[in-house]
Design a protein around this ligand. Structure first.
Ligand code: GA4
Length: 350
């Protein structure tokens, strides 16, 4: 992987990490509902702890992901180029976006996972089984959060949002992102993510503003964007990198916690809630000393599903902000634009 020259990051525009909400799913239901609704309104982001996804399901998925990325480049390329599904390296989407990242993008449909696994793993049955277990667990958790939101919004059909991601035809996708450390990056000629060669955690507790020692600075791994889907569940290893925008150009680093999930509101949920929940802009920095791995589930409706502000979110003071559209239409639009585009603006009601 080629190391790009560092993208300058303005230290004055970074805020402390304690600002972001952390929600304990094991607390009293009514309390959890209030906290989640408030977090989705204020930030479009929260960290979820005591979420109930079994440790071994996460650990197995992480081991498979590292095993894939550890392979020599030609092996990985068997699963590419991304169409957009499959293995990709540095190129994101089809309109010239790049980042210091390599990734695997999978559809969550089981037939698609089985088919793709043949190009990804020497033991495709094991790989697809581990992906299935992980995806089912995070899909169920996503559905649970959407039910909580349905209750919190006092929807007539509180389970309606959750049904969209639980639908067998759901267009949800799953992404493994690997951000090699700058020290272990190479020119795409083999191992670039051997975790054991990374620096100590003390050295890697770097500040992405000023960079670490030796003049190494944080580099953009995945540029600023919002997720197009409804809800994103992101889990990363213990390496710092994710940053969320809290408006007015301020970025907050998310402290890494392998036992939690970051939950992000996507564009489709912003439209469904008539802008009451905000899709959060975020980005990922590479860590100079440690490889970062994120496992990201993007909960989406089926392609023909109609997205329009729910009646309960439309009031005289707040008329419908968006025109109705299908998820297929929205998805097509995302691929016609750059990563950082504010694509939901194209669907505003006139
Ligand atoms: C961002 C969220 C998901 O990772 C993703 C990305 C997709 C891709 O990498 O293929 C997109 C990006 C994401 C938004 C704008 C378009 C599409 C790359 C890109 C430039 C899988 C998704 O659904 O949208």
């Amino acid at each position: 992987m080629v190391v790009a020259s560092p993208t300058p990051v303005r230290p004055d525009l970074i805020r402390p990490t304690g600002l972001l909400p952390v929600i304990d799913l094991s607390r009293r239901r009514s309390h959890v509902i209030d906290c989640i609704v408030q977090a989705c309104e204020e930030f479009g982001f929260f960290k979820l702890v005591n979420h109930g996804v079994p440790r071994h399901v996460v650990a197995n998925m992480e081991a498979e992901a590292f095993a894939f990325f550890r392979q020599p480049e030609p092996e990985k390329r068997r699963a590419g180029p991304p169409d957009p599904l499959g293995y990709g390296c540095r190129n994101i989407g089809f309109n010239g976006d790049t980042g210091e990242v390599e990734y695997l993008l999978l559809h969550t449909n089981q037939a698609s996972i089985n088919q793709r696994s043949k190009t990804i793993s020497k033991d495709p049955k094991k790989f697809s089984c581990i992906v299935r277990e992980y995806v089912e667990a995070v899909r169920d958790l996503t559905a649970e959060i959407l039910e909580i939101l349905g209750e919190g919004l006092r929807l007539k059909d509180p389970q309606g949002l959750a049904r969209l991601v639980k639908d067998g035809e759901s267009d949800s996708v799953f992404r493994l992102n690997h951000y090699p450390s700058l020290l272990t990056s190479n020119n795409g000629e083999g191992n670039n993510n051997n975790n054991s060669r990374d620096m100590s955690s003390e050295e890697s507790g770097y500040c992405c503003v000023n960079g670490g020692g030796g003049g190494l600075k944080g580099v953009i791994g995945f540029g600023e964007h919002s997720d197009p889907q409804m809800l994103t569940l992101l889990r990363s290893n213990e390496v710092l990198g994710l940053q969320v925008s809290v408006g007015e150009g301020l970025w907050v680093p998310v402290s890494p916690d392998p036992d939690s999930f970051c939950v992000l509101v996507g564009d489709a949920l912003q439209a469904l809630t008539n802008g009451r929940f905000v899709s959060v802009r975020h980005r990922a920095m590479t860590n100079p000393y440690k490889s970062r791995l994120s496992m990201v589930y993007f909960g989406a409706p089926p392609l023909p599903a109609r997205i329009a502000p729910l009646p309960e979110t439309i009031t005289a003071q707040r008329p419908s902000l968006y025109r109705p559209f299908t998820w297929a239409e929205y998805k097509k639009t995302t691929y016609l634009h750059r990563l950082s585009h504010s694509r939901l603006d194209l669907f505003r009601a006139r």
